[in-house]
Design a protein around this ligand. Structure first.
Ligand SMILES: [Zn+2]
Length: 245
């Protein structure tokens, strides 16, 4: 598969900054780019509530999905941080140690993820893609996801998606528009705080990069992808970049 980029939008909840959300969704639509929305099934995180609750939120998101304008990932369960932990490589990169899942016993994690999945299903937003709040999860999270028939996780520092224990891990390394030259770049956006500068730089990217694909396309293309040494090397590059800042 050619090098490509994927856009994901985190923290999609009824009380998000709807004006911004609409503005960016229309922008993606203008260039026929389909972003992956991280929808929180039962948001209890006050920090994500920055505006008046959007009426018909669930119906509108479902309509967007049905029209093929967006794809859906389950972004945790309640987005409520319960432990001060972060797993994987992110812990070496200065990410805040906080998690809704890391360190919680398997049974409890299973039940939380299952409840979230059911809520989304009841709103017609069934999905098998997982997006962990705070990039933080552990082995038990992955086992529970597997048992609940999830197929993919959007997370991790690397170049290529990798199939691990029955789940495709699609790396997520950048927080602003970047043209990918190798592998898959996932661009993570938090629209509650996105400004005009971000809007313009994304528009420039959408205009000039013909290799921005929906998450589902990556999932289909890389479903048998195995560990690649490039992922290991990229971790080194990522850390060096952080140190230079
Ligand atoms: Zn989040």
């Amino acid at each position: 598969m050619k090098a490509c980029s994927v856009y994901r939008i985190d923290d999609v909840v009824p009380e998000m900054n709807w004006d911004n959300f609409e503005k960016f969704i229309n922008l993606f639509g203008k260039y026929n780019v389909v972003p992956l929305l991280g929808v929180v099934p039962d948001n209890q995180d006050q920090k994500l509530k920055v505006a008046k609750k959007k009426e018909f939120f669930w119906e509108i998101i479902k309509k967007m999905r049905d029209e093929g304008r967006v794809e859906i990932a389950q972004h945790g369960y309640q987005h409520k941080y319960r432990t001060k932990e972060i797993g994987g490589f992110y812990k070496f990169c200065g990410f805040k140690p906080q998690s809704e899942f890391y360190g919680i016993p398997y049974k409890k994690q299973f039940s939380m993820i299952q409840k979230g999945k059911e809520i989304l299903r009841n709103y017609g937003l069934d999905t098998d893609v997982w997006m962990a709040p705070g990039h933080s999860f552990d082995k038990n999270t992955l086992s529970a996801l597997k048992a609940l028939k999830f197929r993919a996780v959007t997370d991790g520092i690397g170049v290529y998606p990798t199939m691990k224990d029955g789940l495709l891990h699609v790396p997520q390394q950048v927080w602003g528009p970047v043209k990918s030259v190798i592998g898959v770049k996932t661009i993570c956006l938090h629209l509650n705080s996105a400004d005009d500068k971000m809007f313009k730089s994304i528009e420039e990217h959408l205009k000039t990069d013909s290799n921005i694909v929906p998450f589902s396309e990556v999932l289909d293309q890389y479903s048998t992808s195995q560990y690649n040494v490039m992922n290991f090397l990229y971790k080194g590059v990522f850390i060096l970049n952080l140190l230079r800042k």
